[in-house]
Design a protein around this ligand. Structure first.
Ligand code: ZN
Length: 226
């Protein structure tokens, strides 16, 4: 097995017609302010359950929001459990159809990645450009060589895992890739890591925005990204 085929990027499908939207007014965000630089004011952690609206069409087994949150139906939950996959937690989510009707939307759960592969390897080209000492707002350069993103010596062996500073990228093992492809589910793409592209700079926020608090503290405190 070649290096590039060992890990995959699980992402939304090419068509966005099945994409979910946050239900207006139902999703509350932490507001982060900075006493040093007003420009650092931003949205932080989501404080409420993810509540989305779905387009009126058959709902894919895997559904994504415009903010890259990943929601899965029960059939996917069962698949992951039957394989004993590691590196994720499930959070309750709420969904309604965009156009009211009597149909009951499917049960969806939010997939939170808790597996970890540390900071992107320096060989990828990612470097910390600036970090605010007050609010911890951080800016990183983009990666140039996606193949070098994952530092395997820092990978905790999870089937689902995150690489910093790319909190919105779900990396998965070949086991997950095979299981999803075999199951014939809709609503996702699996891309080789080497195919990832990056433009501009990366502003990932804090690890605690995207991971359960305890886990984020344990992983991120020493790295200054909690
Ligand atoms: Zn700041």
């Amino acid at each position: 097995m070649g290096r590039t085929n060992q890990f995959w990027h699980l992402t939304y499908p090419e068509s966005t017609s099945g994409q979910a939207q946050w239900l207006r007014g139902a999703v509350e965000l932490e507001s982060v302010t900075c006493s040093l630089t007003p420009d650092h004011q931003r949205a932080g952690k989501r404080l409420s359950t993810l509540t989305v609206t779905l387009p009126n069409r058959p709902v894919d087994e895997i559904v994504w929001t415009w903010y890259s949150e990943c929601l899965i139906q029960e059939s996917v939950v069962r698949l992951f459990e039957s394989h004993g996959f590691t590196g994720y937690e499930l959070q309750p989510a709420q969904a309604v159809y965009r156009h009211a009707g009597n149909r009951r939307p499917p049960v969806l759960r939010e997939l939170l990645v808790t597996g970890w592969s540390g900071m992107a390897a320096p060989e990828s080209g990612i470097r910390l450009l600036q970090r605010c000492p007050v609010c911890r707002h951080a800016v990183y350069s983009c990666f140039a060589v996606a193949d070098n993103l994952i530092d395997k010596s820092k990978w905790d062996g999870s089937d689902f895992f995150m690489v910093w500073p790319l909190p919105n990228f779900i990396f998965v093992t070949d086991r997950v890739c095979q299981a999803l492809r075999t199951a014939g589910f809709r609503g996702f793409r699996l891309m080789p890591v080497s195919s990832l592209r990056c433009e501009g700079t990366l502003t990932p926020g804090r690890l605690s925005y995207v991971m359960p608090e305890d886990r984020a503290r344990r992983l991120g405190e020493a790295l200054g990204i909690f």
